[in-house]
Design a protein. Sequence first.
Length: 285
Amino acid sequence: MEKIKLIYSLNTYPITHNRWNMGNKLKDTIYMTAASILYSCQWYEEVELYVDDIGYAYLETLPCKVTLVDFDQNSELWMKPKLSVIENQNTPFIHIDNDVFLKKSIAMEFDKVLVERKDIAYHNYKDLITFFDQYCNGMMFWNPKLRYAWSCGVIGFKDLELRDDFVNGYKVLEDVFEKNKNDYECFKNSCNGKGWYLEPGLLLEQYNLTSLLSKKDIIPAVLIPGESHQKQSSYANEIGYTHLFGASKYHPKNINKIEELLNEKFNAHYKIIKEKVNLNQTVMV
């Protein structure tokens, strides 16, 4: 398998500022990130974590390169630090979200761009596409007619010019979002009661990439194939891939399993991190 750098990013600000209205999930996220990275370090030679000062204090001893970064503090656009890290890579890379676990060696091979899977939950994008289309209609990277998006739980680029186009598209959408915040709040209120949540981060990252690739007639390499959740899950289980989507990652069952896994499989690293957690319980509450 061709060698390629795996990168992670962790900004603790959304986690400590009540993201999803679930309270402070710093301890859970620290353990989760550690487990994800420790798995990856078993299969890949070059792994790097970009992390803010709070996360750095707990994770600096992991067996990978750990780079301290001063991320923007924005709990709503939670993917912004990830995009910043992606933007600053100067060699081919694969970014792994910290709620992804590679329990086997997976050949992540691609030519231009790699995505995780097709996100077929179109309801997460439908209304947001309508809102952004009034500002983005006619822009070269924008296609509002798609009925799917590529999930970026894993996202890799060998074509760095394409990466630049992706990041630039993000910046345009971010600017639209920030300049029209009052209109967005009114739009958000008008969508209440429809039975699903509005997540602008998904549009700025995943639909942005999907629209760009459609405009350029580029079909990405897909790590987890399948047109249904059932087929995707079956394939993911077969290759040893787990992604804890959304707030499900913080379900007590999953959190307990992650800590048990760290204790049993990566005990030396777990002891170091747990000692730091125990010393800083007031920060974790």
